[in-house]
Design a protein around this ligand. Structure first.
Ligand code: ZN
Length: 199
């Protein structure tokens, strides 16, 4: 027996999410069918709004409703430091820590020779451009994850940035190997930033 088309389509959509197989997708689709109509409408509009209302900040690459993003617009923030992270959710993690008041740059990935991702495929050119334009930046703190690709990316960036006379530091790894920044608690993250070492 085949499912009616609307259900089949919803199952197929759920299966596009990471970690969702056919069984879970089917369960979610039938759950959705049983949901309150208003809740389903809110869900659907939240899904579309995340694409239509959000953009990437033209300066730092973070997701934002306004361009430049509120962090880049905030002149009271320390303009001499930039923390470089892999993902927007890492910015949220750093901000939750409430101890860092500098700027950010979001790479949207890592350099990964195994996946064939090079520096031009992620947000590296805009970082270099930004450093060239803003000589008030004195330190770039590389906060890519403690994975092989995260390390490769950190080494690559350090090699490019250091000759410009900018200090390049890396988070201290009280973070366990392979740990993701966004899953790290505030205290550990704060210690990692405080204990950062020059590359
Ligand atoms: Zn920004």
């Amino acid at each position: 027996m085949q499912y009616p088309e609307p259900i089949a389509k919803l199952i197929a959509s759920y299966m596009k999410l990471p970690g969702i197989g056919e069984k879970t997708a089917t369960r979610l689709a039938f759950y959705t069918l049983g949901m309150d109509e208003d809740d389903v409408k809110d869900f659907a509009s939240a899904l579309t709004a995340v694409k239509s209302d959000l953009h990437y900040c033209s300066i730092c690459g973070n997701i934002t409703e306004d361009d430049p993003c509120p962090i880049c617009q905030d002149k009271s923030r320390d303009q001499s430091k930039i923390i470089v992270v892999e993902h927007s959710r890492d910015v949220m993690a750093m901000e939750r820590m409430n101890e860092y008041h500098g700027l950010y740059h979001v790479l949207h990935g890592t350099i990964s020779p195994s996946a064939g991702t090079g520096p031009m495929d992620i947000n590296v050119p805009s970082l270099l451009e930004r450093l060239k334009k803003h000589d008030e930046v004195k330190e770039v703190i590389i906060a890519t994850n403690a994975s092989v690709d995260g390390e490769t990316t950190a080494q690559y960036l350090a090699k490019l940035i250091k000759p410009a006379g900018i200090k390049v530091t890396r988070l201290a790894h009280g973070l366990s190997a392979g740990a993701d920044i966004d899953y790290t608690d505030e205290v550990t993250l704060f210690k990692a930033v405080e204990g950062r070492t020059e590359m």
